[in-house]
Design a protein around this ligand. Sequence first.
Ligand code: KIV
Ligand code: ZN
Length: 521
Amino acid sequence: MGLEKSLQKWQIAFFGDKGTDYSGKRVTIFDTTLRDGEQTPGVSFTLEQKISIARQLSDLGVDVIEAGFPASSEGEADTVKRICEEGIRPKVCGLARAVKSDVDSCIDTGVDMVHVFIPTSKIQRENTIRKTHAQVLDITGDIVSYAKENFGQVMFSPMDATRTDIKELIEVCRTADAAGADIINIPDTVGVCIPSAMKPLIAAIRENVKCGIDVHCHNDFGLATANTVAAVEGGADQVQVTVNGIGERAGNADIAQTVMIMKSVLGIETGICTEKLVETSRLVSRYSQIAVPPIQPVVGENAFSHESGIHSHGIISNPSTFEPGVMTPEMVGHKRRLKLGKHVGKHAVRQMLEDAGIKTDDEQLDMIILRIKEISGRGKKVTESDLFEISDSITGIHPASKTIVLDDISIFTGNHAIPTASVKAVVRGNKMVCSKTGDGPVDAAMKALLAIAPGHVDLKTYQVEAISGGSEALGCVTIEVEDPKGRIFDASASNSDIVIASAEAMVNALNVVYRADEPGR
Ligand code: KIV
Ligand code: ZN
């Protein structure tokens, strides 16, 4: 199809081919968490964190890791080199502007492939590199040929492609293709594209180049993932994503969402071990210090949590009633949870109590639900630990004793000291003492308590909220722990001393674990 028709196709927005059969199609995953992801304002990974993320991405099954921009600093170049030396399975790629010295910096690091970019939109051409379209064409041809002399794999990006005149964009892409680019990446640099335009845009490029096509979408209007999927529908062979969607400004397309849409909705293979998506998200959240919102699709805490009575009832009888079905929590390394709150219903509460061996009659159950709704109506979270306290007070049946009773906790910390926590507790009737060091006093206290807790229990999540305004604020700590059977329980505690609130929340959570293990105690 000629250029005219390609242009027309892109300009006409049209509905997606709902019936397309993608079976047998494999899209490669290019992860740029360590490059564009690290460009997130406020994010800076240490060398060790970058290596650990690279290893995790390798285990996750990505095809390419963009490890950094070697020409940007000596430190960056060293880090990229170190990642190359790890000998991980994915290809390692380095970013370069369209200048030979940047490509040389990539050569020096030992990366497997180079990603060369040049601005092509009028606004970026004229205001950043101050070049005409004709000059950009010359530079593109020269730099791609030079890169190809030095690398087996060269990717070329016309930066700000979606704001580039379509005729000029196709000319640049044809030039890069003719100069030997193995793959052309189409960046939606400022996130202005919409899926109905992205699909024909990629289809138009497809008709004009022989090489592979990649897409790199930013999330300024919340469409990064949708545009990435549309690009695949238009014929893209590769997608650029980041873990948790981190990246410049509002970030990039999220790896978990993109991969799961491919796998579960379109039936496209990606090579990703989807069961590792949640652990990868948590690792990057910890290192980037960017919390994943609970409502984040696929990996967020609430992605498979159900609170309302109608939904929980449906989930108990068949999880596909109120979950996509084609994406289960197990597929992404998540857990399904029934949550307590203002909208909770009888079926969920009865199930949670029965799981812990607590029997109630209908009247008691109604009273328990009323109490839960009343507490959550005041804006307070209701945890499993609270549920058992409520049911004990309503049924009048209390467990003979708590497995762990915290007796004392003392903390040693300071700006030159290693934070250390010592806990004294009575565990199944025996006095126990344990000291542990940690990354901070809370971490040390959690480690000391987990060390004296019977069996193996893991801390899964930790959240702290200040209840009032000033420095005397009450800290409310909510934690989730996982027992060896993979069950997750939550508990909370409040105190003006955040370490004590954390230790009490942990003790409450541990007691819920043991109670669920020994029903009827
Ligand atoms: O957003 C963008 O255009 C980029 C390029 C370097 C591909 O990150
Ligand atoms: Zn980008």
